[in-house]
Ligand binder design. Structure first.
Ligand code: ADP
Ligand code: MG
Length: 628
């Protein structure tokens, strides 16, 4: 038996096109060929289970090898094999059924995955790296003849009788000159590790050395020798394929370590498992978050039937959950996953919604089950939750039940609990509820202190996402404003009907303002004389809430906000007209003495807020020494 023929394709030569347009990720040829070997092996196993194959299955390990001298890479399986007729049917015809269409469309194709999947070119991706491909195969079917198919990358192929004696298929690639980089142990090992680490059939690649005991020497010490052992590179039943009830916490943690050897243990995880209306399994981990957001992204690996596809899961996982780690496996996401495909696919949107819901359910469960434990993890979880609430309305609805606010006394409250707590004392005369918060409890200590003295509560909102979160919840909560403790003097943060009258006359106030203007001599500070409680500080420096918040959001968010980032800082200097020190300044015997005292009082205020540095600090210390 020997037959020559032309691969049924109308267009003269498709391979140059494949090579030309698929240059970006040549390495996927190995993923495609090993996947085919896995498919063939799973099929024979299945036939055996069904009783349609009664021979011995034997060792089903798939072997990948290469020969540097002959310049070949071989993928061997002990799967179901093919008859000559099947080769004609599955390799020659099917692969090119879409060829005409392919040639018309190849111009628009953006990446290799897209073309390969769309046009069933899995096997033909071999020609990206090979100038010649041989298939040596023997079918499992009784009395079948071994066959050899060869093709040199033109549309001509040849089928002849082969010599293979055992069931299965060897694919031999004669690597072309441009692709000799693939004839390298580390290169191949790397590609196999990337795509094939969790395939369901054992895969062997070459051998590796291992030290084993080799008796004892004269002194009675153990001897060691190095032996070559098979290098099976994959875990055939990774945890996401198992049932959660068969898994212990250790298993999840060990798997996490295997994926991210450098990472700290995760906080908790979610085992995903659905089969309707789409099929999806996986394990998502909540990592401990450091502040380096970006480094933590793209940590979810996407698989299709245990074949690694990509770690760009942008459309499948909601944006705010991109910080999660772990794996997702869905046969409904085909191998030919590509950006444009994903966006168009209906399942992807459903998967996205499903993951959002699962994550919300898990958080809600953790919150209800053990609130103390949940609180202790809040500093890490909070980031996801806040990010989610800001970016997805659906998540906000769920998240508002298990979002926590922490105050300066380390107590935690849900949004509802907090409202109830502060409403009686922190509602201002316009019926607005004012939440006070600090972003830096050390620097803002004097303000926190003043607020606590008034029996106000102060929240701690100090993570990078908080300026956005504050803005968001303020827009959601009814008649509620958030103000940082240093946004104004305490009397004005929450304006009540009863305020202190300024005991200074108008003239006195005017001269106090002039004295301080002279002392400060800086246009970013605006001096105002106010009537505050005599217990309050004589001088307080504040920055108005709105302006400060816009500036902060500009720093972390950019976009339309960035305009605010370029505005100069603008502080208000509130002078407490009722403080005895102000009286003392007015009564000082010379203008010079007045200005010196004012300067001293102003510097003290700067000092208490961590704003006094450098030369100003030195001058202050010198002046203080002289005064003493
Ligand atoms: P797909 O895997 O999507 O079907 P491919 O182009 O990768 O497309 O393969 C085409 C067909 O060739 C397969 O469906 C299968 O019937 C056959 N085939 C490829 N490789 C093997 C193999 N190693 N053993 C048996 N059949 C194979
Ligand atoms: Mg295939």
């Amino acid at each position: 038996m020997q037959e020559k023929g032309t691969i049924s394709i109308h267009t003269e030569n498709i391979f140059p096109i494949i090579k030309k347009f698929l240059y970006s990720d040549h390495e996927i040829f190995l993923r495609e060929l090993v996947s085919n070997a896995v498919d063939a092996t799973q099929k024979i196993k299945r036939l055996a289970t069904l009783g349609q194959y009664t021979g011995k299955l034997g060792d089903l390990t798939i072997e990948v090898s290469f020969d540097e001298k002959k310049k070949t890479i071989t993928i061997s399986d002990k799967g179901l094999g093919m008859t000559a007729e099947e080769i004609k049917k599955y390799i020659n015809q099917i692969a090119f059924s879409g060829a005409t269409e392919f040639v018309e469309k190849f111009k628009d194709a953006k990446d290799a995955n897209e073309i390969i999947g769309k046009f069933g070119l899995g096997f033909y991706s071999a020609f990206m790296v090979a100038k010649n491909v041989e298939i040596h195969t023997l079918s499992y079917q009784k009395d079948s003849e071994p066959a050899i198919w060869t093709c040199d990358g033109s549309t001509e192929f040849e089928i002849k009788k082969g010599k293979k004696k055992s069931r299965g298929t060897d694919i031999i690639l004669h690597i072309n000159e441009d692709s000799e980089e693939f004839l390298d142990k580390w290169k191949l090992q790397g590609i196999l590790d990337k795509y094939c680490k969790f395939l369901p059939i054992p895969i062997k690649f070459g051998t590796k050395s291992e030290s084993v005991e080799d008796g004892v020497d004269d002194k009675g010490e153990k001897k060691w020798k190095s032996v070559e052992v098979d290098n099976i590179l994959n875990t055939t039943a990774p945890i996401w394929t198992k049932s959660p009830s068969d898994l212990l916490d250790e298993d999840y943690l060990a798997f996490y370590k295997s994926l991210y050897p450098m990472g700290e243990d995760p906080l908790f995880w979610i085992h995903l498992n659905v089969d309707y209306p789409f099929n999806l399994t996986g394990v998502l981990y909540f990592p401990k978050i450091k502040n380096d957001f970006e480094l933590q992204r793209n940590k979810i690996k996407l698989f299709s039937r245990q074949v690694f596809i990509t770690d760009e899961v942008k459309d499948i996982v909601p944006e705010f959950l991109m910080l999660l780690h772990g794996v997702i496996d869905s046969p409904d996401i085909p191998l030919n996953v590509s950006r444009s495909f994903l966006q168009a696919d209906g399942n992807v949107k459903k998967i996205n919604n499903y993951i959002t819901k699962k994550v919300a359910d898990k958080l809600s469960e953790l919150f209800k089950k053990d609130r103390k434990a949940y609180e202790s993890k809040w500093s890490d979880i909070g980031l996801f939750v806040k990010y989610g609430m800001i970016s997805e309305e659906k998540f906000y609805e769920k998240g508002k039940e298990f979002t926590l606010l922490k105050n300066t006394k380390d107590a935690y409250f849900t949004l509802d609990e907090y409202r109830e707590k502060v409403a009686p004392n922190q509602t201002d005369k316009n019926d607005q509820l004012i939440y006070l918060y600090a972003t830096d409890i050390k620097k803002q200590d004097s303000f926190i202190d003043s607020a606590l003295n008034k029996e106000y509560d102060v929240l701690v909102l100090d993570s990078p996402i908080d300026s956005h979160f504050i803005q968001h919840i303020e827009s959601k909560l009814d008649k509620t404003q958030l103000k940082r403790v240093d946004a104004d003097v305490v009397e004005k943060l929450i304006q009540k009907d009863s305020t202190y009258a300024n005991l200074l006359t108008e003239d006195q106030s005017k001269s106090v303002k002039e004295i301080f203007d002279k002392a400060i001599q800086n246009k970013t500070y605006t001096v105002e004389v106010e009537g505050l409680s005599p217990e309050e500080f004589p001088v307080t420096i504040t920055m108005e809430e709105w302006m400060r918040r816009m500036k902060e959001m500009a720093q972390t968010g950019g976009g339309p906000m960035s305009f605010y980032g370029s505005l100069p800082d603008n502080y208000k200097v509130a002078i407490n007209g009722n403080h005895p020190l102000v009286d003392k300044i007015l009564k000082a015997d010379s203008e010079e003495a007045q200005v010196t005292l004012a300067k001293q009082a102003f510097d003290l205020a700067l000092l208490s807020q961590g704003l006094l540095t450098g030369k100003d600090l030195t001058a202050f210390v010198k002046r203080s020494v002289e005064m003493i």
